[in-house]
Design a protein around this ligand. Structure first.
Ligand code: NDP
Ligand code: GDR
Length: 373
């Protein structure tokens, strides 16, 4: 029997990689997409199938995590073997601007999915994966962070995800549902949203290299993160639903780098050598040497990074470092792509886009470049 999976957040970074992964495994994949005034399926267009085709392996349903009746109807139609609840307002800084919406989608949205599964009598059939996060650890109580480390969320996003974490545990304990939390540390890719820090850096510096922008404006570059590749992490999401007993797992690389280091790596990939000078809001990155033809628009002495305090958060998560021993021991999972390799892949992709853009510009076709993040 073909297994059926339903993915909320299929149009996002993880949703797109997970859909590819499950299709490869022979699943019938259903995804929930939001109605938008512009196309919002760019990340999955390459795997989309014409719904008129016979037995399409992938189908999209309009829906929203704020809409109970819609979620219930989709679950009733699909009757999935596995639900991957990846949909979320996932930007930490934005959650300070829109805390109530973030709680509605990220916390109550999770409850809506679980309750709809129960209401439809699917709780013994449907396995549930909850996209939990290292942001739960927030103000860290232990280094490195593992499954037993106490939580201390530091943003409306993390507080909403704390509710989602516990309601998944509660449905497991109360109703015997196969529900588990993947406590995932930051993971990135060329498909990462443009306003998350890694993509903002690779895209921003690639644009600067091609003369499309002058300078990158950043927030707290002392921040330390444990960055992995999204492709490695979706494999783990699936593995977690294939066990005999549902359990929660930390997914991380066990290595930590600063945002400043990520800026330096990106510059190096573009053949730009940087010197950081100044402190706090006066810190900047100045070009000392350009060693490749990838950055024809950049000159020694150019300031390519400055600090803009508008990107500081009301409460920051300064440092995160995960301990993935349980995932390694019980599931045999180890990340295959290093943060540095991932950075190189992201730069290559963003440089390709910037070169295309620069070529159009050289022929008089000006496209807007947004650096907001
Ligand atoms: P993205 O922001 O790339 O994707 C989020 C997805 O959720 C998009 O498909 C988005 O739709 C959808 N979505 C947003 N609001 C709603 C809503 N109201 N109803 C239905 N769908 C909605 O996130 P990632 O792929 O990076 O992350 C996937 C999940 O994992 C998220 O829950 C995130 O919080 C969590 N997570 C991510 C980590 C990471 O480092 N990437 C680490 C730990 C947890 P649209 O495309 O229309 O915006
Ligand atoms: P994070 O990711 O908040 O960890 O949440 P993000 O990439 O936004 O920030 C990482 C760190 O970089 C610092 N930073 C900046 N961040 C952004 N976005 N823009 C900037 O200009 C900037 N300058 C410095 C931040 O302050 C922070 O310390 C991500 C999301 O994917 C969540 O959904 C997920 O749960 C967690 O990772 C794990």
């Amino acid at each position: 029997m073909t297994k059926k999976a339903l993915i909320t957040g299929i149009t996002g970074q993880d949703g797109s990689y997970l859909a590819e992964f499950l299709l490869d495994k022979g699943y019938e994949v259903h995804g929930i997409k939001r109605r938008a005034s512009l196309f919002n399926t760019q990340r999955i267009d390459h795997i989309y199938e014409d719904p008129h085709a016979r037995n399409p392996k992938m189908r999209l349903h309009y829906g929203d995590l704020t809409d109970t009746s819609n979620l219930t109807r989709i679950l009733r139609e699909v009757e999935p073997d596995e639900v991957y609840n990846l949909g979320a307002q996932s930007h930490v800084a934005v959650s300070f601007e829109a805390p109530e919406y973030t709680a509605d989608v990220d916390a109550i949205g999770t409850l809506r999915m679980l309750e709809a599964i129960r209401f439809l009598g699917l709780e013994q059939k449907t396995r549930f994966y909850q996209a939990s996060t290292s942001e739960l650890f927030g103000l860290v109580q232990e280094v490195p962070q593992r499954e037993t480390t106490p939580f201390h969320p530091r943003s409306p996003y993390a507080v909403a995800k704390l509710y989602a974490y516990w309601i998944a545990v509660n449905y497991r304990e109360a109703y015997g549902m196969y529900a588990c939390n993947g406590i995932l540390f930051n993971h990135e890719s060329p498909r990462r949203g443009e306003t998350f820090v890694t993509r903002k850096i690779t895209r921003g510096l690639a644009n600067i290299a091609q003369g499309l922008e002058d300078c990158l404006y950043m927030g707290n570059i002392d921040s330390l993160r444990d960055w992995g590749h999204a492709k490695d992490y979706v494999r783990m999401q699936w593995l977690m639903l294939q066990q005999e007993q549902p359990e929660d797992f930390v997914i991380a690389t066990g290595k930590q780098y600063s945002v400043r280091e990520f800026i330096r790596w990106t510059a190096e990939e573009l053949g730009i050598e940087l010197e950081f000078s100044g402190e706090g809001v006066d810190e900047q990155a100045v070009v000392t040497r350009v060693t490749s033809d990838k950055a024809p628009a950049v000159k020694p002495g150019q300031v390519v990074m400055r600090i803009d305090p508008k990107y500081f958060r009301p409460a920051e998560v300064e440092t995160l470092l995960g301990d993935p021993s349980k995932a390694k021991e019980k599931l045999g999972w180890v990340p295959e792509i290093s943060a540095r390799e991932m950075c190189a892949e992201m730069v290559e992709d963003d440089l390709k886009a910037a070169r295309r853009h620069a070529l159009l510009k050289a022929h008089g076709l000006e496209l807007p470049v947004s650096m907001e993040g």
